[in-house]
Design a protein around this ligand. Structure first.
Ligand SMILES: [Zn+2]
Length: 328
């Protein structure tokens, strides 16, 4: 079994739900969508560590195949929320990831409540997906998941993510609409990556939604906007205000929508301090400001003297100045 697992579609144990198609028993044997390793019935293909390989006729093991690449719309938010919650509940947070989150200024309880989890190793992926499927979760169109092709034909569900930890991205109602991964090894395109499978069978694109955080205790009626979900999680804790983390300064459109859903009348923009160096960030800030003011929303700009992001500024106790922007 072990040797086979590495070279083709994974095998799973037969069960009461799925008995061995060769001997009919409910234990010991293994199957995937095209093959069985029966431990009781011989064939011409013995397997080195026990049992015999049998080719299954197509359709013996039920499989659903989704239209390939690019044609799948994302599953509705209710489905994504249900699947992501169940998925995260199966995962753990590695000590080094927890340490990183503590270092950034979150408490143990917040780390637990916010639901950060480590990306599991490739060997565990198909098994996790199988478990979700067996528990009745539909993975079709849920960004991050997709159907892989087995070496001998057939498909199985799995997911794609680089090593790191998952950050849940919530909508204005607290539903998990997407996941972001904080990469262990940032590459040329940054430290964060959406959990997304736009060009994969059965997969879908996450888009670039914004993250809405509500604090335990609301101390400020204004809604704050910053760059990145994790930054928003941290800053919200320190200020006791609703925070929106946009997926990059330029992706402010979803934030305007969320601000309207929240019914906010006043917004504070707290983009990174490097906006003073980056034209694109400055331009994005101006566009966000103009769009909010057009909707009759008062806009304030936050500034501070040290640290790049508002989260680090708050954690290190910098003074934050908030000024209303009247001109356009
Ligand atoms: Zn069998």
């Amino acid at each position: 079994m072990q040797a086979l697992k590495d070279t083709c579609e994974p095998f799973w144990r037969v069960s009461r739900r799925e008995p061995c198609p060769i001997c009919g028993k409910t234990d010991w044997c293994g199957i995937n969508s095209r093959l069985a390793v029966c431990m009781r019935v011989k064939s011409d293909y013995p397997v080195s560590n026990g049992g015999w390989l049998h080719k299954l006729a197509p359709g013996v093991v039920k499989e659903e195949v989704y239209s390939p690449a690019g044609t799948n719309p994302a599953a509705p938010i209710a489905t994504r929320n249900r699947v992501y919650r169940a998925f995260l509940s199966c995962l753990h947070l590695l000590p080094e990831h927890k340490k990183d989150l503590l270092r950034r200024g979150l408490s143990e309880e917040e780390i637990k409540r916010n639901g950060y989890k480590s990306v599991p190793s490739p060997a565990e992926r198909w098994r996790l997906c199988k478990e979700l499927k067996e528990r009745g979760y539909d993975l079709a169109g849920v960004p991050g998941f997709y159907q892989a092709r087995g070496r001998y034909g057939g498909h199985y569900w799995t997911f794609k993510a680089l090593p790191g930890y998952f950050i849940p991205v919530r909508d204005s109602e607290g539903r998990i609409q997407a996941l972001q991964v904080r990469l262990d090894q940032p590459d040329g395109t940054g430290k964060y990556r959406f959990f997304s499978t736009p060009n994969k069978t059965g997969g879908s694109s996450s888009g670039a939604p914004c993250h809405v955080v509500r604090p335990e205790e609301l101390k400020d009626r204004r809604v704050w906007v910053t760059e990145g979900p994790l930054k928003a999680d941290i800053a919200s804790r320190y200020l006791g205000s609703v925070f929106i983390g946009v997926a990059g300064a330029g992706n402010w459109r979803p934030a305007v929508e969320a601000i309207q859903e929240l019914g906010a009348r006043e917004v504070v923009i707290a983009y990174d301090r490097d906006k003073n160096l980056k034209d694109a960030v400055r331009r994005a800030e101006r566009e966000l400001k103009v769009n909010l003011r057009r909707k009759g929303i008062r806009v304030f700009i936050a500034s501070w003297n040290q640290e790049k992001g508002i989260d680090d500024a708050l954690v290190s106790g910098c003074e934050i100045t908030v000024k209303e922007e009247r001109g356009v």
